[in-house]
Design a binder for this molecule. Structure first.
Ligand SMILES: [Zn+2]
Length: 238
């Protein structure tokens, strides 16, 4: 596939392309899902004391979380909250530890939960396999595999480009400039990012966000109020 050369666009042409991308866009596929489902799950309640029928429609529906098995890569949904579970495919037990790192850390962690490296914290010679990583500190000489999403803050630095992640989010409060090329499946810009990105899926620039630099992606969605000053190459999916 992809025999044609990618279309190189800028300025007015890129705005046109953005409109097209917006019209044809598929549902963005990223991060931790907070999808609410219609209140249809009543089976579990049979057997308990019969509540008044009027309660229907007021049921609190639990959150649905997307989980990526760190043993086999299988993706599935978990209802309620992220907790210890097992993979429906490979049947391995998956732990859901959460970890906050505020100093220099060099251990090993494997979890479907989130590891957070705060400003002043760092990963050095660490081995990290996680659902999500929130990085607002430094990373170096580490191996990192992220099932869902890498979130970057203003203080993210070091070997970010070596992190193996599906999606990248530039956090809303972040103002980040990064030199090496970042690669991922989907990029969501909520803050201010300056750099070079190669995205196999969708780049989303949210309202109030700003993306500057070089962008190569299959699709690009620029929300109203979002800024883009970049060399843009939309390679397309066909
Ligand atoms: Zn598995």
């Amino acid at each position: 596939m992809a025999a044609k050369d990618p279309l190189v666009i800028d300025g007015f042409a890129s705005v046109q392309a953005v409109r097209r991308a917006g019209k044809n866009r598929k549902k963005p596929h990223y991060g931790q899902s907070r999808t609410t489902l219609p209140a249809a799950d009543k089976k579990a309640r049979t057997g308990t004391k019969a509540g008044p029928r009027a309660k229907i429609g007021h049921t609190v529906v639990p959150d649905i979380f997307e989980i990526v098995c760190y043993e086999c890569g299988y993706t599935f949904n978990l209802r309620g909250r992220i907790q210890k579970t097992y993979c429906p495919k490979c049947r391995k037990t998956l732990v859901a530890d959460e970890q906050i790192i505020e100093s220099d850390w060099s251990g090993r962690v494997k979890t479907i939960g989130t590891v957070q490296v705060r400003n002043g914290g760092s990963l050095t010679k660490a081995h990290v396999v996680v659902g999500s990583l929130i990085l607002d500190g430094r990373i170096e000489e580490s191996t990192t595999k992220i099932g869902r999403r890498l979130e970057l803050g203003s203080n993210a630095s070091g070997d970010i480009a070596k992190i193996d992640t599906r999606d990248i989010l530039i956090r809303a409060d972040a103002k980040l400039s990064y030199r090496a090329k970042l690669r991922c499946e989907n990029l969501i810009v909520e803050g201010d990012f300056r750099g070079t990105v190669e995205v196999s899926g969708l780049v989303t620039v949210m309202s109030g966000a700003f993306l500057q630099g070089r962008v190569k992606a299959a699709r690009l969605l620029l929300h109203e109020g979002g800024g883009l000053k970049a060399t843009v190459k939309i390679a397309g999916t066909k």
